[in-house]
Design a binder for this molecule. Structure first.
Ligand code: SF4
Length: 245
């Protein structure tokens, strides 16, 4: 849990104003003990459990080599390089985005550039330096012009993410953006219907929380406060899953 002043500094870094009503009582931080009620309120019915076909196990090095050499879809023809993912291979948190953009394609790392900086600030706001989580995308190659991934591209590429999940065994997954959320949950529901619920993913029933993509938040800063609520929800869910308070 971040101490109040430090958390407030992160909120300022996120560009989130702290609204305090005149004569209001002191701000109360959300404690994990408050989570069951929040879950009941915000997720009255359990979200569907997504089960995808099992993928062959591989070690991280072998998997990285397979991705780097992959020609399973046409995106291999236009990529500069594959973008495997980055972070700690013993992380509790797996952050999943959509696909590499131009900067990521050039640098070979997910979430760089302005959106990446905002993601870093969002993670730091809940006490997670970037290097302590693992960050990956649904697609490992950049779609030309940053268009949405095609279903057949997702179908070809998703087994790599499944293999990453199998190796990492995350305690919590945070999907950022509509494309990541819809593909992980196999749904076409809008993001607004997917946020604020605790989903479960795969055979391990890994907790999955949905929030906005940082690139969207750069365009729509008024939604940063909602993203902050999502992050607090995810953090509390994680703390609960590891038995913390
Ligand atoms: S997007 Fe995925 S499936 Fe397509 S070529 Fe790249 S690594 Fe292979």
């Amino acid at each position: 849990m971040q101490p109040g002043p430090l958390r407030n500094a992160y909120l300022e870094a996120l560009g989130i104003d702290r609204w305090v009503a005149r004569n209001s009582p002191p701000e109360v931080q959300v404690e994990p003990a408050a989570i069951p009620a929040r879950l009941e309120v915000r997720a009255p019915a359990p979200a569907p459990i997504v089960r995808l076909p099992a993928t062959p196990a591989a070690d991280w090095g072998t998997l990285r080599e397979r991705v780097a050499a992959c020609t399973a879809c046409d995106l291999c023809k236009t990529r500069t390089q594959t973008v495997f993912g980055v972070g700690s291979t013993s992380a509790d948190w797996l952050v999943i985005g959509e696909a590499p953009g131009a900067d990521e394609d050039r640098q070979g790392e997910p979430f760089v550039g302005r959106a990446g900086q905002l993601l870093n600030a969002m993670l730091l706001a809940i006490g997670l330096p970037r290097e302590t989580v693992f960050i990956a995308n649904i697609l490992k190659c950049r779609p030309p012009g940053n268009r949405d991934p095609k279903p057949e591209e997702v179908a070809r590429c998703l087994p790599y993410l499944q293999a990453q999940i199998a190796l990492l065994k995350p305690k919590i997954m945070l999907a950022v953006g509509r494309i990541a959320a819809q593909n992980l949950l196999a749904t076409d529901l809008p993001l607004a219907r997917l946020r604020g619920k605790l989903h479960r993913f795969g055979e391990a029933d890994t907790p999955l929380v949905i929030t906005y993509h940082p690139a969207y938040l750069l365009r729509t800063p008024s939604d940063k406060r909602k993203a902050w609520e999502d992050l607090k929800f995810a953090r509390a869910t994680w703390q609960k899953s590891i038995g913390g308070n």
